[in-house]
Design a protein around this ligand. Structure first.
Ligand code: URA
Length: 256
């Protein structure tokens, strides 16, 4: 019996999934189903056209064919680490997870094994020199929803600038700035000046180096950039740079 339990799929028909996983004809799947050998989420499957997805639990004769658990992690990303799963030159956030930086237990009460780590992807990158809240998941549906332009989840950053921040920046951020390279105007962003060199910025999109480029309009260089919230989800300050932990059900809700 192959062990495809880590397999991630979009929504698909039950017969298509089983015939691919076991390399059998769909007519055989029909017979398996008719004799009650297939369980989906603990119930005998009733139709070969039943739709299954990444997190369906599928068994044949008691053997597990698919058994993924959704994983949602927050990481306190340090500066100097790439938001990627692989990089030839630099340490990646996945290397940090591999290094055992997962604090406590994941949401489902178990720590991640290599296979579970391999299924993770990043939901909303941070630049190499940026730090703070980074989300990782194996749930593509959730991360697509999070990054869909129409969702407009707000992302909050604390930013330090080389030169004094001037009050007229606030209006320019709120109006949006034209980025010729992408031929677009940024969505209204909120700039809240905290002190001469420190501000909070709230964005509902994530253009390439967006905050640095926005301050760049005023020739003011960003010297540090830290994301502290995504929607209503705040970075757990108890997480040291490089550490991660699973999100609670309540935190999952708060993102949106
Ligand atoms: N804007 C940037 O310039 N960098 C980030 O990492 C996030 C927003």
């Amino acid at each position: 019996m192959p062990n495809p339990s880590h397999q991630l799929l979009n929504r698909t028909r039950l017969d298509r999934f089983i015939s691919k996983a076991l390399q059998v004809k769909r007519s055989e799947v029909r017979l398996m189903l008719a004799s009650g050998r297939i369980l989906v989420d603990g119930q005998a499957a009733e139709s070969i056209s039943q739709v299954v997805h990444t997190f369906s639990h599928i068994c044949l004769d008691g053997d597990i064919l698919l058994n993924n658990t959704p994983q949602y992690l927050m990481m306190n990303k340090p500066v100097g680490v790439v938001s990627a799963t692989k990089d030839a030159q630099h340490k990646t956030v996945m290397d940090l997870l591999r290094g055992g930086s997962l604090r406590g237990e994941s949401l489902q009460g178990e720590s991640l094994n290599g296979e579970q780590r391999a299924g993770l992807h990043i939901a909303g990158r941070l630049d190499f020199n940026s730090s703070g809240l980074l989300l990782l998941t194996n749930d593509g549906h959730w991360s697509r929803r999070l990054s869909a332009p129409e969702t407009r989840v707000s992302k909050a950053y604390r930013v330090t600038l080389e030169d004094p921040i001037e009050p007229h920046y606030v209006e320019a951020f709120a109006e949006g700035m034209y980025f010729a390279f992408e031929d677009l105007t940024t969505r209204p962003a909120r700039l809240h000046i905290l002190s001469e060199h420190l501000a909070e910025v709230y964005l509902t999109e994530g253009r390439y180096h967006q905050i640095k480029r926005m301050f760049g309009r005023f020739n003011n260089k960003v010297t540090s950039l830290h994301r502290f919230a995504i929607g209503g989800l705040y970075l757990d300050e108890a997480l040291q740079a490089g550490q991660s932990r699973g999100l609670s059900a309540d935190e999952l809700e708060r993102v949106f």
